[in-house]
Design a protein around this ligand. Structure first.
Ligand code: GLV
Ligand code: MN
Ligand code: MN
Length: 452
């Protein structure tokens, strides 16, 4: 039986994790290899695409379940298709859990790490702290540990993001059942095809008293850490978001025969709208807007576009600034469409408020990062770790509705994400695993959680 490690006095500079560098390096290598393995589970040969309730989703859940069992967890798929692993604490199944995790679904033509690395790092943290491996030094924790591999963070298939984590947070909205994918399959039909019962989705919901919090590691999806030359950051908050499907209506007519003063070209109206998004967002601090999808109808080379469908994704550090931008944009569109004799309408398909990470969880993540510097002569052990607000959305946003959340960011060289060139180094993954494990141990020391 491996020796039990008892938790000593709290000390922010002394690492609490009694594990050597080789073991952490091996854990990071395993994470990198598994990111490659998961990248091969794709609907699109030569690219990575794995959407909610697809055969690829089922395959990665089976792999994640196998890896959960390997580190001593019980594994099951929940009622919304999230893959879930658990190691009970002192009060058995009744012990409230610290949840770790991220998502396994992807955008189209994705990178290998967005979401995935956070799930795999969480499994390595469980292996370091709780696995019954012969060489593991088991640590008694005052909470159970759970790993969640969320099934739909990106919203690639149905347009609505965070479906998996919303089910877990108990914020599932019945109106979502009629959302459709590009083939016209409704979310309800996709549930049934995947083998899930739409009537039981509520069973995925967790109660606040079952959880002590949620910690998520994720690559930064921008360049700040790389520019600062730092590998890890504490996340302070996650940007608020709204997504819309816009329809611009004009009139389809002959491309040659219709003089300019008779045209009501929906694409020109949509183009003005896309430029207005950039102009109005740039004028507000920390607001970003993107038109990522645009389709013309009837979509022929010799017909003036009669209708355009376009998406709008709005993000902001604060909800009120985001909403101010949308109101200004709506006024701008009324005016510009009016000048062109066009009509427009919008359907909101996603709205998420800014979520602030719980101060205690920010503190333990910070202490985790500081602990990774101990004994490393190349590191300034006294400098405060970077604290960033996340411009990208994460499962933690949804989970914030049921429990406190904290996040750890890993450097992303060049900051590119939602692209096949997305990257993270094995060295940063190793530091991240250590920081996350230390964060868990620091949380275990906190008086609020210290009693089993
Ligand atoms: C998810 O990556 C998002 O921020 O859209
Ligand atoms: Mn993403
Ligand atoms: Mn992500």
């Amino acid at each position: 039986m491996p020796p039990q490690t008892s938790l000593g006095a709290r000390d922010v500079t002394t690492p609490l994790l009694a594990v050597d560098r080789d073991r952490i390096a091996a854990a990071a290598r395993r994470v990198m290899a598994r990111c490659e393995e998961l990248a091969r589970v794709t609907a699109t040969p030569g690219a990575i695409e794995r959407v909610y309730l697809s055969p690829e989703h089922a395959r990665v859940n089976r792999l994640a379940a196998e890896w959960m069992r390997e580190v001593g967890m019980t594994a099951r798929q929940d009622a919304a298709g999230n893959q879930y692993g658990r190691i009970d604490g002192a009060r058995g199944a009744e012990t409230p859990a610290l949840m770790l995790g991220s998502h396994l679904d992807t955008v189209p033509d994705a990178g290998r790490f967005d979401g995935i690395v956070g799930v795999l790092m969480a499994l390595e943290v469980v292996r370091l702290l709780r696995s019954p491996d012969a060489d593991a030094r088991r640590v008694d924790l005052p909470f159970a540990l759970e790993v969640m591999a969320f099934s739909d963070e990106e919203g690639t298939r149905f347009g609505k993001a965070l479906l998996g984590s919303s089910a877990v947070a108990g914020t599932w909205d019945e109106s979502w059942w009629t959302l459709t994918d590009a083939d016209g399959t409704t979310l309800r039909e996709a549930f049934l095809e995947f083998g899930l019962d739409p009537g039981r989705v509520g069973e995925a919901a967790r109660r606040p008293d079952e959880l002590v919090g949620y910690l998520e590691a994720h690559i930064e999806q921008g360049p700040e850490l790389d520019e600062r030359g730092e590998s890890l950051a504490v996340v302070s908050s996650i940007a608020s978001a709204r997504r819309f499907q816009l329809v611009v209506e004009g009139e389809a007519r002959h491309a040659g025969g219709t003089p300019y003063d008779r045209r009501r070209d929906a694409l020109l109206g949509a183009s003005e709208a896309a430029l207005a998004v950039e102009r109005i967002c740039r004028a507000e601090h920390h607001i970003i807007g993107t038109v990522g999808q645009l389709e013309t109808f009837p979509g022929a080379v010799n017909i003036v576009p009669g209708e355009v469908h376009m998406s709008l994704d709005l993000r902001g550090e604060f909800d009120d600034a985001r909403d101010r931008v949308w109101d200004a944009l709506a006024r701008d569109l009324d005016a510009s469409m009016g000048r062109r004799g066009l009509r427009w309408r919008a359907r909101e398909i996603h709205r998420a408020p800014a979520v602030f990470c719980r101060p205690l969880l920010q503190d333990v993540v910070r202490e985790g990062i500081l602990a990774t510097r101990a004994g490393d002569t190349r590191e300034d052990t006294t400098a405060e770790p970077a604290t960033l607000f996340s411009r990208a959305g994460h499962d933690a946003m949804a989970i914030g509705a049921v429990t406190g959340v904290g996040m750890l960011f890993l450097r992303n060289p060049d900051g590119i994400s939602h692209h096949p060139d997305e990257a993270v180094s094995a060295g940063d993954v190793a530091r991240g695993i250590r920081a996350l494990a230390e964060a868990v141990l620091h949380l275990a020391h906190d008086p609020a959680h210290a009693q089993p």
